[in-house]
Design a protein around this ligand. Structure first.
Ligand code: ADP
Length: 628
């Protein structure tokens, strides 16, 4: 129907809210939908939406249409003021907008009962008064809101909320009841006698409060009502306090006892806002207490942990640590928030935290001989957690085992040399038959294998124990040349082309004998596990402060699943091609040990059937070697 159009001038949130002001049966339109032939019967204008630019367009569109202005704030009003005489202004609505009075006014205008000028003036004056009152209320609410975000003092906030509630509603008394474990008790009060405060702190029996708690809805009464244990009120306003999960945790109440003065809808609105602040503080305090409990529980778990645990923030400042950590690293109780570097005196542990990889492992030794296996993990958003297990006894076992192997190997070597000597002498004591020669040959090959095995075992023991591992700066061209020349006959015999190259002037800090051994083992493998006609290349190049070595071949290659295991002691890959090739399975274990003693790293890339590339990285020499 053409007559039933209502023009809404405001933004979308405004549409949602003031829809409720309108009676049923009207079509609501926006400015762009306005048509000359279908003029609306009423326009609702949100003054906050009005801006200097849209004033002319609004004035033009409003010509001849009865208008109700919504005074959300005073900003838009001065824009409209000069044009009041041109407008068909029927009334000004102030918050809260959706009230029975405002709905009646809208209906009245719709019925074309044009209020007279005097009525309009009175409306405006009333609106102004109401708005001033509202501003004062909002100011108080804002002040309380600001103060609660900065405090966890529940006592102070609740008493501030009750005082503000009483002042803003001009009530005689006010109080907050909290609901806990099926009882209601008084938590804060204003203008209540000390005797009642004392009495209600234990338990309050108040049927109106119970109604609010159970329904979650406010109650506003204007009649003699018996509240909190024989307490008589002539008017009351109760609003619920709601937790984050929507549960009702208490009641904020204002009452008039002697004065027969009712509370209003607008006061209900104010009280609800204040109740929200009280609820937020209650929730904050609850969360804070939960956090403190959780933290002290975590601390007590850490106190009793047998492992060493250290937790830092993202800047490596200490957050939490176990008692074992405090004992091991002498961490004082006051170290919370102190940077790790200042809190403890252990270079290896500080180095560990300086590494910013996601997960790092290291062995940490204490001055008293204890050794720990440390794992440092980054926890996003928290910081870093180091957990360390005591492996002192495992290290001791490992040392004993190595010592045992070394001793046995050493003691075996002498009789073996004697056996070898005598076998080699056999052909000098008389002519041997072909069969005897074949047997002697087999015995000698087995002896060579055992001797190699023992040499390797002894080597591993010595390398791990760090015997004779003095480091010197050395040129690499010479080293590569020596090893290449040494392995050339083996390559020629296997029909494998061997080549090597290095950048001029390259040097590393290392143990010459052991680095030679590393390159010999890698080259020897690359030749051994290769086909006739294949090739092997050895190379060294610099990268920053490091030197990268590689030994590449186009031999049998290693299956992916085996690649992580070939550095283990005695691990040999079994394939039909490699089955007949002799070896102890200790070569790469020695290589890895030596490189790690040089603070380097080794890794392999390989493809089965295509070849392998062994690469290792060592710190470069800090200064030029003195002699070649
Ligand atoms: P081994 O004495 O058996 O050579 P290593 O520890 O040197 O012992 O090597 C372990 C295993 O790794 C070898 O048995 C071999 O199967 C494999 N391997 C090592 N180097 C190569 C290579 N260049 N090509 C293919 N396989 C290799």
């Amino acid at each position: 129907m053409i007559e039933s159009r209502i023009l809404l001038l405001g933004d979308d949130s405004f549409r949602q809210l003031y829809w409720q002001l309108l009676p049923d049966g009207y079509v609501v339109i926006n400015l762009p939908e306005l048509k000359e032939e279908a003029r609306p019967v009423l326009a609702l204008l949100d003054l906050a939406w009005l801006q200097e630019q849209n004033v002319p367009q609004v004035l033009e569109s409003l010509e001849g249409i009865p208008l109700l202005a919504l005074l959300t704030d005073l900003t838009g009003f001065h824009l409209l003021n000069p044009f009041l005489s041109q407008l068909e202004l029927r009334g000004v609505l102030v918050p809260p907008f959706v009230t029975p009075e405002n709905c009646a006014l809208v209906e009245q205008v719709l019925l074309r009962q044009r209020p007279d000028q005097a009525q309009l003036q009175a409306d405006l004056a009333r609106a102004n008064r109401a708005l001033n009152q509202r501003l004062q209320e909002i100011n108080t609410i804002y002040t309380i809101g600001k103060s609660i975000v900065s405090t966890l003092d529940l006592e102070a906030v609740l008493s501030r909320v009750v005082t503000a509630s009483v002042n803003l509603t001009q009530a005689e008394e006010g109080f907050i009841l909290l609901y806990e474990e099926e009882i209601l008790y008084l938590r804060a009060a204003k203008n209540m006698t000390a005797e009642n405060v004392e009495r209600f702190h234990k338990e309050v029996s108040d049927s109106v409060a119970w109604r609010v708690i159970r329904s979650g809805r406010p109650v506003m009464l204007h009649r003699k009502t018996k509240i909190a244990t024989d307490y008589l009120a002539s008017a009351l306003l109760y609003v619920p306090l709601q937790g984050l999960d929507g549960s009702n945790v208490g009641v904020l109440a204002v009452i008039n006892r002697t004065r027969d003065l009712a509370f209003t809808e607008s006061q209900l609105f104010t009280l609800s806002s204040l109740a929200d602040f009280a609820s937020i503080t209650l929730e904050n305090v609850r969360l804070f207490e939960a956090m403190v409990t959780e933290q002290s529980r975590l601390r007590s778990i850490l106190r009793h942990a047998t492992e060493i645990v250290l937790i830092t923030d993202e800047q490596n400042r200490l957050l939490l640590w176990s008692r074992t950590a405090a004992d091991a690293f002498n961490i004082p109780a006051t170290a919370q928030g102190v940077s790790l570097q200042d809190a403890l005196n252990h270079a290896d542990l500080i180095d560990l935290f300086a590494n910013d990889a996601e997960c790092v492992h290291a062995e940490i030794a204490l001055a008293d001989g204890q050794v720990f296996n440390a794992q440092l993990t980054t926890v996003p958003g928290v910081g870093r957690v180091a957990v360390m297990q005591d492996i002192t006894h495992l290290k001791e076992l490992d040392r004993l085992k190595s010592e045992f192997v070394s001793t046995v190997s050493h003691d075996l070597r002498t009789p073996l040399t004697t056996i070898q000597g005598y076998i080699e002498l056999l052909n000098r004591v008389g002519p041997l038959t072909n069969v005897q020669e074949k047997f002697i040959d087999k015995a000698l090959r087995s002896l060579t294998y055992i001797t190699e095995l023992i040499t390797d075992l002894l080597d591993i023991g010595r390398i791990e124990a760090g015997y004779n591992l003095e480091m010197h700066n050395m040129w690499l061209d010479l080293l590569l040349e020596e090893v290449g020349e040494e392995l050339l006959p083996q390559a020629v015999e296997a029909d494998v082309t061997l080549s090597w190259e290095t950048e001029p002037g390259l040097a590393v800090l290392g143990n010459r004998r052991r680095l030679r051994q590393v390159l010999e083992n890698l080259l020897s493998n690359a030749i051994k596990y290769n086909r006739a006609g294949g090739w092997v290349r050895m190379q060294a190049r610099s990268e920053g402060a490091h030197v990268i070595f590689s030994v590449v071949d186009n031999g049998f290659g290693i299956a992916l699943g085996e690649q992580s295991r070939i550095f283990e002691r005695f691990y040999r890959v079994c394939t039909p091609e490699t089955d007949t090739i002799q070896g102890t399975g200790l070569g790469l274990a020695i290589v890895k040990s030596v490189i790690e003693k040089h603070k380097g790293r080794i890794w392999v890339d390989s493809a089965l059937g295509k070849g392998s590339s062994f690469t290792f990285i060592l710190p470069g020499a800090r200064e030029a070697p003195r002699e070649k």
